[in-house]
Ligand binder design. Structure first.
Ligand code: NAD
Length: 491
């Protein structure tokens, strides 16, 4: 059985304690590989390698770093099918989704920052006859990057690429639930000729490896994506150490459908925003609010489509609804479906675990589930479920739906469907979310700021924001000598 290794100082090595964690295939429910159960000792080794590499990497030219990152992007493209299969097996997502979204985006992340860094410029402020200020952006040091399981390679590289491009070296930790593509990436980094210690990948549990990265006294910058509770714990530890922090956390996003929307387009996209990746995307619109005149038509047609979306083997080309990432997460989602019923919700479709036959007989699958009849402020409508579960709620006025939409502790993304441009802008202004999609969903331009308000996070990823996050601005002020006295008649 494959034994994943840590990637430290340019080599693939076993964890110091030689302990391993079982890694499951969610579609079969079976163990298919082992991953290092690393701890603080492995993090320390990774840190030492990264600190040493920083001395040279931080002094390389942007052009040299750019070339190396593009080489990694090219290798991801070259291994597209292998990585897609690995992502699908490890996470349970349909192979087609991994092929079209996850793996191309991982390559795009490297390419985007490899080229973006070439355009990062310094500012100069001139105080007429007195002084010139210029601002240097210097890499912060060894960066800690911690990522979740839902879009494993996609989100892992979304942190690593800007950190490396900016001149930081990295100690990174992928989720212990989906470690495989990060491991394959370490092989590609070796093949690309990335210098030793520039990127180090330490596998293992969050409370051991993640906590050791967060608490490390010489790792001054942490980029984290994951749950709000974990983010709070990281902030609790890193805050008093004055670390730079970027926290991308949970969401409970509203999808607001007005009666004047383009119905067909809205319905098709709402299926994706509800159930893509089994609803395990932080940006999914799990609370659907429908203007009352459209409510019954929406309900009928949406439920019919949700019933058609059948769970299947993620490795099958035709599957569009795969497995839930872990047994524990499957139980959590089912417990929320039970809670919704206790809270008075009516299940319109789904609501059950699915038992497939053959290889997938012991896999973890849940039907796409649509629930109505719940108050906006019940737990089902306030807490993040992170599964294929959406609620439907009718509304009559803009004010009413804004109240519902903004009522949660979260503020990550908001989706608005209307053909009324004025209303769309008005809603976008008043929705408390870091990302608003009007008549679309998950349409991403990597230059735009990405992140959430309220308990959905602190800071923004994307574009130059991420490059600047991994640098420290240093202002240099040069006093000018007084202007020479001009000859008479030339004043
Ligand atoms: P999680 O918080 O459980 O784990 C995320 C990562 O943190 C993992 O690598 C984990 O091992 C590590 N970790 C756990 N405890 C830690 C600790 N004490 N110190 C340091 N690291 C620790 O999240 P998850 O279950 O992997 O992912 C799902 C969550 O991620 C959802 O809440 C989802 O909304 C969120 N998410 C947010 C975004 C975003 O961009 N805002 C994107 C994807 C997922």
């Amino acid at each position: 059985m494959l034994q994943i290794k840590n990637y430290i100082n340019g080599e693939l090595i076993a964890p110091v304690g030689n302990q391993y964690i079982d890694n499951y295939n969610p579609a079969t429910g079976k163990i298919y590989s082992h991953i290092p159960d690393s701890d603080g000792k492995d993090v320390q080794l990774a840190y030492e390698a990264a600190a040493k590499a920083f001395q040279t990497w931080s002094l390389t030219t942007k052009e040299d770093r750019s070339k190396l990152l593009i080489r990694i992007a090219d290798l991801i493209d070259k291994n597209h099918e292998k990585l897609s299969r690995a992502e699908s097996t490890d996470n349970g997502k349909p192979i087609q989704l991994a092929r079209v979204v996850d793996i191309p985006r991982a390559a795009a992340n490297f390419r985007f920052y490899a080229t973006g860094v070439l355009h990062l410029s310094s500012e100069a402020q001139i105080m007429e006859d007195t002084a010139i200020n210029y601002t240097l952006h210097e890499p912060v040091g060894v960066a800690g990057c911690i990522s979740p399981w839902n879009l494993p390679l996609y989100l892992f590289t979304w942190k690593i690429a800007p950190a490396l491009a900016a001149g930081c070296t990295v100690v990174a930790k992928p989720s212990e639930i989906t470690p495989m593509t990060a491991y394959l990436l370490s092989e590609l980094c070796i093949e690309a000729g990335l210098p030793k210690g520039v990127l180090n990948i330490v596998h293992g549990y969050g409370h051991k490896v993640g906590a050791a990265i967060t608490a490390h006294p010489n790792i001054p910058v942490i980029s984290f994506t994951g749950g709000t509770k974990t983010g709070a714990e990281i902030a609790r530890v890193a805050g008093p150490m004055f670390k730079k922090l970027s926290l991308e956390l949970g969401g409970k996003n509203p999808n607001i459908v007005f009666a004047d929307c383009d119905f067909e387009q809205m319905l098709k996209t709402t299926m994706h925003s509800s159930f893509s990746n089994q609803g395990e995307i932080c940006l999914c619109g799990s609370r659907i609010f429908i203007e009352r005149p459209l409510y019954e038509k929406f309900k009928k047609e949406f439920v019919a489509k949700a019933i058609e979306l059948k769970a299947g083997d993620p490795a099958n080309e035709k599957t569009r609804h795969g497995a839930i990432v872990s047994k524990q997460h499957k139980e959590k989602i089912l417990s929320y479906i039970a809670l919704a019923q206790q809270e008075g919700g009516k299940i319109l479709c789904g609501g059950n675990e699915v038992k497939l036959s053959g290889e997938c007989a012991d896999g973890w699958f849940i039907e796409p589930t649509v629930i109505e009849g719940l108050p906006y402020n019940c737990r089902t409508n306030q807490e993040e479920i992170f599964g294929p579960v959406v609620t439907l709620t009718p509304f009559d006025t803009e004010e009413e739906v804004l109240g519902y939409a903004n009522s949660t502790q979260y503020g990550l993304a908001g989706i608005i469907w209307t053909e009324n441009l004025t209303r769309a802008h008005r809603m976008a202004q008043h929705l408390q979310s870091g990302i608003i999609w009007i008549n679309c969903w998950l349409l991403r331009d990597l230059r735009t700021p990405f992140g959430g308000l309220k308990n959905s996070g602190v800071g923004r990823e994307g574009g130059f924001e991420a490059l600047r996050f991994f640098t420290e601005p240093k202002n240099v002020c040069i006093k000018l000598s007084p202007s020479p006295t001009l000859p008479k008649g030339r004043e």
